[in-house]
Design a binder for this molecule. Sequence first.
Ligand SMILES: C[S@@+](CC[C@H](N)C(=O)[O-])C[C@H]1O[C@@H](n2cnc3c(N)ncnc32)[C@H](O)[C@@H]1O
Length: 323
Amino acid sequence: MFILKNFSLKNKITEKFSTDEKIVLREGDTYEFLKEIPDETIKLVISSPPYNVGKIYEEKVDIKAYLKNQTRVISELVRVLKNDGSICWEIGNYIDKGEVYPLDIYYYDIFKNHNLTLRNRIIWHFGHGLHASKRFSGRYETILWFSKSDNYTFKLDDVRVPPKYPGKRHYKGPKKGQLSCNPKGKNPSDIWQIVKQDWENEVWDIPNVKSNHPEKTVHPCQFPVELVERCVLALTNENDWVFDPYSGVGSTLIAGIKNNRRVIGVDKEPEYIKITKQRIADFYLGKLKIRPLGKPVYKPTGREKIARTPREWKEKIKQKRLI
Ligand SMILES: C[S@@+](CC[C@H](N)C(=O)[O-])C[C@H]1O[C@@H](n2cnc3c(N)ncnc32)[C@H](O)[C@@H]1O
């Protein structure tokens, strides 16, 4: 499965960090790796850290112990971050015995203790997921975007999205009659609707919709390349370093390479490192399927078979009416 046919990554990927490199990928512990990175090197740290929810790659520990470990990693991340750089920390909720712990609330203080400034708390909303029975089903995660100083890079024009009503005009005032939308597009706002890799759930099994997200790998919680791309494009320039300290199967690396950034990824799982290498190779060979940035999320029209009320339900309704 991981044979790289007619393609050599040897010249492209290195394990050891050096400012001359373009792609650094390390199998190992992120805290240990961080010691090798000089101060103020990285323009963007972007990651979804382990959530301490007992996924296959993590051991669930007491929340205090989990946060203590994350605090020491974050201290190092802030040290390696450039003064005009940013950290985007994508997290969900930790759940213990039915109680929800919103991780971003805990992380906020950790970042603030380093005098970082919160620029956005982005809600990543997705339409599908596990169905809860004792609380409302969770359908969002958050991305905390912090900058290290007020001199941060933010290139809104690179990530504008098409307006909903491009033909809208000012209806009063001196600009009355003129088009009111920015022709470059609108600000994507702090609520992002990007398809989650929810192939574990039934949505991707629906015939006639789509049987798979194009980026699916074996990783249980990989994030979409397009989600990272928006941050990379808005918060960095070409050739800047983008670093994912928990890189999983390398979505951040793909998003960075695709946009001519230099990238670093670290993950402790050999299998994810292998998959990352394969995905990078596939990217260079033009074989990697990536969901394009800004592609609208599929909305059922109501005409699909699975969007109609099933026969069995209709019969039950009929029976009830007869009673
Ligand atoms: C939520 S996943 C990140 C997935 C990634 N965003 C992607 O798109 O594939 C967290 C990752 O952190 C890795 N990890 C956990 N503890 C680690 C550590 N101490 N050092 C390096 N990687 C670690 C896990 O193997 C897992 O792949």
